[in-house]
Write a protein that binds this ligand. Structure first.
Ligand SMILES: *Cc1c(COP(=O)(O)O)cnc(C)c1O
Length: 396
């Protein structure tokens, strides 16, 4: 079974494909035809790898968390994506796609963003590489995420409010797709996760796969073997998880665990746990699991972490779920919050709320004393300080 690569039409099992309006065919086909040849070329890789090393700060450390390990009676390693430039894994993909866009002769970049992390990463890559950048963001998110809006503006991006629907992430995606239809020749759409029409899920997974490539090398050096017993990551759309799982999915001895946002509880009506609540459907250009009503209306998701507040999941992960190659846990808001404070106290690391969902798996599953457990710490917590302070003021 091949979990890692989609077929030529972009399918992972029954999930994936490219479900797009006809007017988007030229843009998407141009990418489908060219992406592999360009990103696998030596010239591309030389420039990309140099930027990852000297600009982003890779390789990120694989840190043995001694205090956390003692508490949970197992061997826990944290993959420190929080130490990347701009504070999360998203820059790995944004830089890769902007480099690709340049090679396709594009001069203008568009992106969607929810909490603003992907918008900041894309605006950063555009400032560095000299491309025009327009970021679509829900009107409500613009109000909620003022610091990231300011960062994007300082980086030279134009932030455009999406004012339709619920005025959040999915509406921003729709606005970005509309822009792309109107500007097919000049513009590349930098999608921020392993979602969207083929080839985006594969393209983004390849750019994030550096995470598991490094984990293998670092484990080999630290413990003498490349494969851990477990890899764990949180899943919004699924890009940090795809990167963390990528080089392990074909290695049957490595167990794979994904943490979704349970919100206030899977059955509360305020949740974002797509594998628990979703059914087969099409969202933003690909067939996958989607939170929807019986007649196909997308259900508003909820999570305390903006990065996991998405009503779908990438086709790569839907396939891992369906085939039972990965085990999925649903982590509620309060469980994630507790683990964010715990990591801070035990290890002096303030994690992003998204990453805290991955940490919370430690409370849900018992690991053996000698198990090697690698957890992807996808980002740092600066952006979540307001939420954390509220919790502190309420007496933690
Ligand atoms: C955006 C984000 C996520 C969720 O996105 P994925 O594509 O699922 O990785 C997780 N963690 C952090 C820190 C993020 O910024």
């Amino acid at each position: 079974m091949n979990y890692k690569n989609p077929d030529e039409h972009g399918y992972y099992g029954e999930f994936g494909g490219a479900f797009i309006p006809e007017m988007l065919y030229p843009n998407v086909e141009e990418l489908q035809k060219n992406y592999l040849e360009i990103i696998e070329s030596e010239e591309f890789q030389t420039e990309y790898q140099d930027l990852l090393k000297n600009y982003v700060g890779r390789a990120t450390p694989l840190y043995f968390a001694k205090n956390l390990s003692a508490k949970y009676q197992t061997q826990i390693y944290l993959k420190r994506e929080d130490l990347n430039h701009t504070g999360a894994h998203k820059i790995n993909n944004a830089l890769g796609q902007v480099l690709l866009a340049k090679r396709l002769g594009k001069t203008r970049i568009i992106a969607e963003t929810g909490a603003g992390q992907h918008g900041v990463a894309t605006a950063t890559a555009c400032a560095l590489l000299g491309l025009e950048c327009i970021v679509y963001m829900g009107e409500i998110d613009i109000q909620r995420q003022a610091p990231n809006v300011a960062r994007m503006k300082m980086l030279g991006a134009e932030v455009v409010a999406a004012t339709s629907g619920s005025k959040t992430l999915k509406d921003a995606v729709n606005e970005a797709l509309r822009d792309w239809i109107n500007n097919p020749v000049t513009t590349h759409y930098v999608i921020g996760s392993v979602v969207g029409p083929h080839p985006f899920p594969d393209l983004v997974a390849r750019f994030q796969s550096i995470i598991s490539k490094e984990i293998k090398e670092q484990l080999k050096e630290k413990i003498g073997r490349e494969n851990p017993d477990y890899v764990i990551a949180c899943v919004g759309g699924g890009s940090n998880a795809a990167g963390t799982f990528y080089h392990f999915v074909e290695e049957q001895e490595v167990k794979i665990i994904a943490a979704e946002a349970g919100g206030l509880g899977v059955n509360s009506g305020k949740s974002a746990a797509t594998t628990f609540l979703g059914t087969l459907g099409v969202l933003h250009g690909s067939k996958s699991l989607v939170m929807q009503t019986e007649d196909g209306q997308v259900i508003e998701p909820h999570s305390i972490s903006a990065g996991l507040d998405y009503p779908g999941i990438g086709p790569f992960h839907a396939h891992l779920f369906k085939e039972k190659r990965a085990e999925f846990f649903s982590i509620n808001d309060d469980e994630a919050l507790k683990c964010a404070f715990e990591l801070t106290k035990l290890e002096g690391i303030i994690p992003a709320l998204e990453s805290a969902h991955a940490l919370a798996v430690l409370d849900k599953k018992k690991f053996n004393e000698n198990d090697i457990v690698v957890i992807c710490l996808s980002g740092r917590g600066d952006k979540d300080m307001e939420t954390y302070l509220k919790k502190l003021d309420a007496g933690n």
